[in-house]
Design a protein around this ligand. Sequence first.
Ligand code: G
Ligand code: G
Ligand code: MN
Ligand code: NA
Length: 261
Amino acid sequence: STIENMLRKAIEQDGFEMVYQPIYHVKDQQFLSSEALVRLKDNTTVGFVSPEEFIPIAENKGLIMELGEIVFTKVCAFTQEQKLPDRGIEYIEVNLSGIQCVHPDLPSQLHQIMKKYAIAPGFINLEITETAFVESGEMLQENMLKLRQMGCSFSMDDFGTGYSNLSRMAEVVYDLVKLDKSLIWPCFNSEMSAETNKANAILENIIKLLQQLNVNIVAEGVETEAMANYLNDRGVTHLQGYYYSKPINEGDYLDFLTTAT
Ligand code: G
Ligand code: G
Ligand code: MN
Ligand code: NA
């Protein structure tokens, strides 16, 4: 496909760029973390191809480990060059796809890159989708254990979208759960319907459940002040979304950090 060709070319010719979406820490009232998201430059349109399109192709064509290496190297190089920990940033969240999570080379790949750029593993939070957590077997457990022993932390991403296998919530270890926007947005329909009321009941009780599991919660897709207030009132600890900032390039992220708060 054309996307496959673009991917292969980008892997050879440094055709990727990372963007960062700041995450608001309610208790500290500051943007102490961010999510790193990869962008594939599209030279034909001056725009970008969405990762929703090219990540699945990278996975199917056996390119995802190479892409993951590029992504992680960019995050670590940026962190070192710009001394993000000295700017108060506590950690950066990096997405891992299902195939990366269960690849036997993952822990050593990440370890080598962190070592090369002198990044403390505690600075790295790995986002694994709910579905991968639930489907995965021993390889994921082994990889996570190794990475956790190094000092990395974990987020369960897209919570509420896959098979929320609640019985496994007790077995797997994670530091943060990211509430998907599809759990949040239906609570903010303009007309108050029975559906809105149910969506509210679901969200409120999921928040309570996660609080009882003693896990921090990141709400995704926070687009309005009303959403931010609602989540804040219910004790959600971390807020992420366009209300605060879109994912922004390195330069804009540095500007954001100096002007925000
Ligand atoms: O904002 P955005 O369109 O970037 O994200 C779309 C999807 O692509 C998200 O679900 C996200 O998990 C995935 N994604 C974005 N960046 C990366 C990355 O660096 N690695 C992997 N594996 N997935 C990513
Ligand atoms: O699957 P994951 O949670 O990693 O993907 C994050 C995706 O959500 C990215 O595509 C990112 O650009 C997008 N995103 C982040 N904040 C918002 C928001 O407030 N509104 C919308 N519509 N998308 C958002
Ligand atoms: Mn994510
Ligand atoms: Na994701």
